[in-house]
Write a protein that binds this ligand. Structure first.
Ligand code: AMP
Length: 301
């Protein structure tokens, strides 16, 4: 299998009711790739600045993630500062510095042009489309987006959506993009824009998967320890795409399993700040939680 992600590699500063962290390694591509690395090889396309040290690259190498697509540019790495209050369902962005992302033109290394599985993480939809067109043979291209781009770059986002197979998006953003409050109608409207598969992330309420003609919902895993929601969405996408790439099977039953693997990876990510928990997982822990998930949702009719 070959799985490639384009997205942000960032230094995050985060405050939650359970503590805070300053300048830790984060970003959509980081959470995605570390989560997906538990399923098979992953390649990252991103940009970092001069302040990005060997010790940070080492984090990717520790998980055997291919970093030749991480470009180093003059200037500072992307920075995001966010805060979560109350039930921690929504992040409040306190500060966002695009830095080296301002002049970024993502390049898929030539040797990766035949990549079959691609995740277009949350960045400017123009850049997402630019990457999409560099991997013409991909069997499954999924993308993510957020309010910032839906409000400011809707036409570009619609162009990107026409060329992807799946969209993985938050419920608020699905409503904003489709103009429908009702999630079933929202998913239908988004499917008309291009992606046959629409995955709507609903925070503590779990995830819903809409494919042509069928709906599946998984609850969120009920955790006792929940410290930092940052990266939950990207870790979900890492588990979802990691499982699809590992199996190469897009049947309805396997898409549902992919949703559960995604939910499991998200549940680990939020147990600690940053990438910490995702880095010290074991395959046994992942499988164990998948079984707990099955138990959580099983009932007799
Ligand atoms: P999520 O999985 O949705 O919680 O994404 C969290 C990550 O997204 C954080 O590590 C941030 O560095 C990154 N992030 C926040 N805002 C943006 C943005 N506008 N573009 C790209 N990455 C972002």
């Amino acid at each position: 299998m070959s799985l490639l992600v384009v997205g942000s590699v960032a230094f995050d500063s985060i405050r939650t009711p359970h503590g805070e962290a300053e300048g830790i390694l984060g970003g959509s591509a980081s959470f995605f790739s570390v989560a997906a690395s538990w399923f098979g090889p992953v390649k990252v396309v991103a940009v970092v600045g001069e302040d990005f040290g060997e010790e940070h690259l080492e984090v990717f190498r520790l998980r055997s993630i291919e970093t030749t697509g991480i470009e180093r540019a003059r200037g500072k790495t992307f920075r995001w500062k966010g805060e979560y209050v109350g039930d921690m369902n929504d992040a409040r962005t306190l500060d966002l510095q695009l830095n080296v992302f301002q002049n970024f033109s993502p390049k898929v290394p030539e040797s990766d042009a035949s990549t079959e599985y691609v995740f277009l993480g949350n960045i400017d939809p123009k850049l997402q489309l630019h990457v999409r067109r560099q991997v013409p043979h991909a069997r499954m291209v999924a993308c993510d987006s957020m309010n910032y781009w839906i409000e400011g770059s809707l036409d570009d986002l619609k162009k990107t959506l026409r060329e992807v197979h799946a969209l993985v998006i938050n419920e608020g953003e699905a409503r904003m993009l489709s103009g429908h409050q009702n999630l079933r109608k929202a998913a239908k409207e988004i499917q008309k824009m291009g992606p046959e598969i629409v995955v709507i992330k609903r925070g503590e309420h779990g995830v819903s998967l809409f494919t042509n003609g069928s709906i599946f919902s998984a609850p969120a895993f009920m955790l006792e320890e929940f410290k930092d929601p940052t990266g939950a969405g990207d870790s979900f996408a890492g588990g979802f795409m990691g499982h699809l790439a590992r199996t190469g099977d897009f049947s309805e039953a396997n898409l549902r399993r992919a949703v559960v693997y995604g939910s499991v990876m998200a549940s680990f990510a939020v147990e600690e700040f940053g990438l910490k928990r995702l880095l010290r997982l074991t395959p046994q822990e992942i499988e164990g939680r998948v079984r707990e998930f099955a138990q959580l949702t099983r009932f007799d009719v």
